[in-house]
Design a protein around this ligand. Structure first.
Ligand code: MSP
Length: 482
């Protein structure tokens, strides 16, 4: 049995969670459920990033102490993941004193090994990004992501000597020791590293809200360094991970916006302490909402909890991962989710289940014929090549091709079975000569679908298999309130 350690980013607690955070977390949950169902032991870690200027500023605006402010926001994340049916194994907070100890120890070791130096630094800092921006990064003097002018800062900071690790990182990424996916992101990162790495400031003089820098109480640890170390400190804090000796993570799942930190700074910090590198980093794309960047000013930020109230967790999980390839950018909107709900779920899957079970009942067919037996996955022929169905879908999962996985279930089973029913009219066949083959075929397909859908739509899969056992039809996807 394999042990698989999967992580999501630690989300900033400057505000309540939005649909972007939900996207990564749902995907991580799907992977975790899939690998668990395949008999692996999986540990899924998520949590919150609570230090630094961004959080301190947000707390100040709310007139609160930063820790109290974080304490109020953390339950919002926990509740959201519950609403979305995300089953994580631990929820990590960077304000956990045990983590603070590990961070201090980590930095002390970097210092002892000669990887840290004090230097003065002048640069343009974007609080939204929590990083210095170079002149080339700016568009009309502003941060292109946050549309705000960065603040000029002059500080004496402790620097991590990142430049020393350039060749080692290139080797690790090119050899696949550190696997970065999709390939376009890997090439992008390699290109950037080859342009040359600059040493990076890992302490802050003017930020009070953070972990005290070891050996210099006037400075705090740079929030990104603090947050990245979570992946390692979790393996010391949580008994199960510690028992597994689970460092390094098998999969760091992140959005493309934070690839540099995960694929360059984090691995260099690990190499500096002779620690093994994460096995895989997958950076997914970003979505816009109704064609526009999600932003407070535009007012198009989607609240995942409201969407769950409207569509249910399973439909939302389905719609988000079905809409466009995980590694690419795409667009979503409430209308698009509603369309998926009506077309794919209510009229597609729900209809197939409902009419199949109703017809079995109406025709008074022997209940014994329709029993969920252990479904032996059939073979599947795609482009002339034969696959076992199980392997075929596992391969999609391995490639993080969630959209293909779901597309194929709809295309290969749901659509064809619904068409088969329309064409063969099994209600007539059954009356005439009790020909059960069409109904039996659909029934078998539904058993297979409920098994394959389980990681994406756990509640639906459970309802499906219950109905397939009891043959009592129940509406899976009721009509939406307009
Ligand atoms: N705190 C850091 C991460 C530290 S990890 C050691 C951070 N937090 S964040 O709250 O800003 O979350 C960023 C992540 O949210 C992205 O990497 C991505 O996973 C998700 N997304 C935020 N907006 C998104 C979209 N518009 N689209 C898709 N995912 C998005 O960065």
């Amino acid at each position: 049995m394999n042990k698989i350690y999967i992580t999501t980013p630690l989300y900033y607690v400057n505000d309540v969670p939005h649909i972007g955070h939900a996207y990564t977390t749902i995907a991580a949950d799907v992977l975790s459920r899939h690998y668990k169902a395949k008999g692996n032991e999986v540990f899924l870690l998520t949590g919150t990033d609570e230090h630094g200027a961004k959080i301190a500023d947000a707390a100040k605006r709310a007139g609160k102490d930063p820790k109290d402010f974080a304490d109020e926001l953390v339950p919002k994340f926990i509740d959201t993941w519950k609403n979305l049916d995300v089953k994580y194994d631990e929820f990590f907070r960077t304000t956990d004193p045990k983590h603070e100890e590990v961070v201090k120890d980590f930095i002390k070791k970097l210092k002892d090994k000669g990887h840290i130096e004090k230097k003065s630094y002048e640069g343009w800092y974007c609080i939204g990004c929590e990083k210095y921006l170079s002149q080339e990064d700016l568009v009309d003097g502003k941060c292109p992501d946050h549309k705000t002018e960065p603040v000029k800062q002059f500080e004496e900071n402790y620097f991590f000597l990142l430049s020393k690790f350039q060749e080692r990182l290139i080797k690790a990424i090119e050899s696949g020791e550190l696997d970065i996916a999709p390939i376009s992101r890997k090439n992008e990162i390699l290109g950037k590293i080859k342009q040359g790495l600059q040493d990076v400031s890992i302490s802050r003089e003017n930020v009070r809200w953070g972990i005290k820098f070891p050996g210099d109480e006037k400075q705090t640890v740079y929030v990104w360094v603090d947050a990245l170390i979570n992946y390692y400190s979790a393996t010391k804090i949580y008994k199960e991970l510690d028992d597994w000796e689970s460092h390094p993570a098998d999969i760091h799942l992140i959005g493309k916006d934070i690839l540099w930190f995960h694929a360059v700074i984090w691995p260099a910090m690990l190499v500096a302490l002779d620690l093994p590198l994460p096995k895989k980093i997958f950076a997914h794309g970003f979505f816009t909402i109704g064609g526009e960047k999600m932003s407070k000013t535009i007012g198009n930020i989607l609240d995942p909890n409201k969407l769950v109230d409207k569509f249910g967790a399973d439909a939302l999980r389905y719609a988000l991962l079905r809409e466009f390839p995980f590694g690419e950018d795409g667009d979503i909107s409430e209308e698009k989710i509603a369309k998926r709900y009506e077309n794919d779920l209510a009229n597609g899957l729900g209809n197939l289940l409902n009419r199949t079970i109703s017809m079995i009942n109406k025709n008074g067919l022997e209940k014994d014929t329709f029993q969920i037996k252990k479904v032996v996955p059939d073979t599947l022929t795609v482009n002339g090549v034969k696959f076992s169905q199980d392997e075929y879908y596992a391969q999609h999962m391995k490639n993080f091709s969630f959209d293909d996985y779901l597309h194929d279930i709809w295309w290969l089973y749901i659509k064809t079975s619904n068409e088969l029913i329309d064409r063969e009219k099994p209600w007539e066949l059954a009356k005439k000569n009790k020909n059960l083959s069409v109904l039996y075929h659909c029934y078998k397909e539904l058993v297979q679908i409920s098994y394959l859908l389980n990681p994406f739509m756990p509640k639906t899969a459970e309802k499906m298999s219950k109905q397939l056992k009891t043959l009592k039809p129940e509406l899976l996807f009721p009509k939406l309130d307009k």
